[in-house]
Structure formats: C-alpha cells, structure tokens
Design a protein around this ligand. Structure first.
Ligand code: ZN
Length: 150
C-alpha cells in the first residue's frame, strides 16, 4: 500500500460549534449562517425565522445565506468585570458591520481594545474552547484586526 499507514492513523477530531446553528465549522475561513431576503436582498444574522425585517416579505422569501466573517469595526468595549463564569475577563465585545451587510455583535480575539480603532478591517478566526465528552473539538468564533484604519 502506498501512502500513510491506515492501521495507526487516527482521524482528526470532529469539530462542533459552541453555539449550534450560527456558524459552519467545516469552513475555514469561518462562515456565518445568515439569512437573505429573496425580495429585497437584505441579509441578516443571526438567521431570521419569520418574515423580512426590512421589506416585510413573508418567511417563504427568506433563504439561508452564508455570510463572510469579514467586516469593519463600528464600536467596541472591553469588559473588566463580568459576573458569569463562562468567560474570563478582560474580554472585548465589538459591533462589526459585515462586508455582506448585517451588523453583528461579537467577541474579539484580543482581550483588550488596546490596538483597536473604529473602521479597522476585521476577520473571523476559529478558537478551540475544549472538547465534548465524545472527544469532539468545540470551536467558537472570534474576530481579529486584519487591516488598521484605512
Ligand atoms: Zn426583504
């Protein structure tokens, strides 16, 4: 047999999203699972379950739409005190206008806003945040600056 030894190789662990239904974890670079209106072409994230918020078209007009995880910083804030135990402080929350339309609120990869500026170009990246009992890798999305203030 040519190539790797199938007897000893182990398959890469399966990846699962920290939050079901928001991201396509098979895509790299990351893709957000949004919705696009067939009538007015507006895009939404998180995906809409009812009619279009812009033109009022019925639910049947909405289609699943992959949205690129790239955009521009509109606003950001670093959180230093947080009552929950699900995330370590400090962390930075940002509002990002995606290149594909919607404004989303997301976490930045860097814990503080030291090097951030409004209008910075940002892109999504996967982070590993543990494993399930079945050994699947749990991944989540964070944004990082790819291009400073243009
Ligand atoms: Zn619409």
């Amino acid at each position: 047999m040519i190539g790797r030894d199938a007897g000893t190789s182990t398959p890469a662990p399966k990846r699962v999203a920290a939050q079901e239904g928001l991201f396509d974890v098979a895509c790299d670079p990351p893709v957000l699972l949004g919705t696009r209106c067939g009538a007015c072409d507006a895009a939404f994230f998180p995906p809409l379950g009812v009619g279009c918020e812009i033109c009022g078209a019925a639910e049947e007009s909405l289609r699943s739409a992959p949205l690129r995880a790239t955009g521009r910083l509109q606003a950001f804030a670093t959180v230093f005190r947080h009552p929950g135990t699900d995330i370590e402080t400090p962390f930075t929350v940002a509002e990002i206008e995606l290149d594909d339309g919607p404004v989303v609120r997301a976490l930045m990869l860097a814990p503080t806003d030291d090097d951030l500026a409004v209008n910075d170009g940002v892109a999504g990246a996967w982070i590993s945040c543990g494993a399930t009992e079945k050994g699947e890798e749990i991944i989540d999305l964070r944004f990082a600056v790819k291009e400073n203030r243009s």
